[in-house]
Every structure is written in structure tokens, then in C-alpha cells.
Write a protein that binds this ligand. Sequence first.
Ligand code: AMP
Ligand code: ZN
Length: 114
Amino acid sequence: MDDCIFCKIVKGEIPCRKVYEDDEALAFDDIHPMAPVHVVIVPKRHLATLLEVDEDALPAVAAMIRAAQEAARIKGIAERGFRTVINCNEEGGQVVFHLHMHLLGGRKLADGLG
Ligand code: AMP
Ligand code: ZN
């Protein structure tokens, strides 16, 4: 997607603070962190929202989850614990329409899911 900011990050056209990368997924620090550790994990394949995930897209989602595991280990929060969030569409708080997972940790996160 030409005008997608996360596709541009995947292609290296916009810089990021890379945490982890493999053939199918990329993890980078969120530019506006909501916690001491806040990583964004994207499948390299452009999928706009969680609603676009069909059978064919499952490997990309699996890669995103594996990259989140790696990012949690790299950031040193795997054993302490963390939260993952996928926002979908307007009321879900999605701002960037390229499927992504937030990895949050490094402090005790608030109870509840807001
Ligand atoms: P969402 O609200 O789920 O769509 O989350 C989008 C996230 O992307 C927000 O937390 C933003 O801070 C983050 N973000 C937007 N642009 C960038 C960027 N260039 N580099 C890193 N994170 C970004
Ligand atoms: Zn994209």
C-alpha cells in the first residue's frame, strides 16, 4: 500500500527503532510510548484490520505473534509479563490501518481493559 505508514516503515522508507525482524514480521518501538516498553509489531504483508484476516492471512498473523514473543524477550519483559492489544476500527481506537499488535510492559499495567 503506497500511502500506508507501516508499509513505508517495512520498506525502510520511514525510519524506526527496530526491535526484531524476520521475513514476515517487523517489531519497532512505538513513537508515543504508553508504557516503559511499548513495541508495535506488524506483519510485513499489508492487511488493513483484524477483519481482513482470512485463512490465507493466518501465517502473517502467526508471524506477528512470534515476533511479539521475540520482542518481549529482547526487551526483558517476557517473564515479568506484558499485555498485547490489537485495536480494530474507530471505536476500537485504530489509527493506523495496517494490522498491528501493541506490546506493552515494563510496569504493572492497570487492571481492566478500558
Ligand atoms: P493504533 O491506535 O492501534 O492504530 O496504533 C497506532 C500506533 O502507531 C500508535 O501507538 C502510534 O504512536 C504508533 N505510530 C504511528 N506512527 C509511528 C511511527 N512512525 N513509528 C512508530 N510508531 C508509530
Ligand atoms: Zn501497510
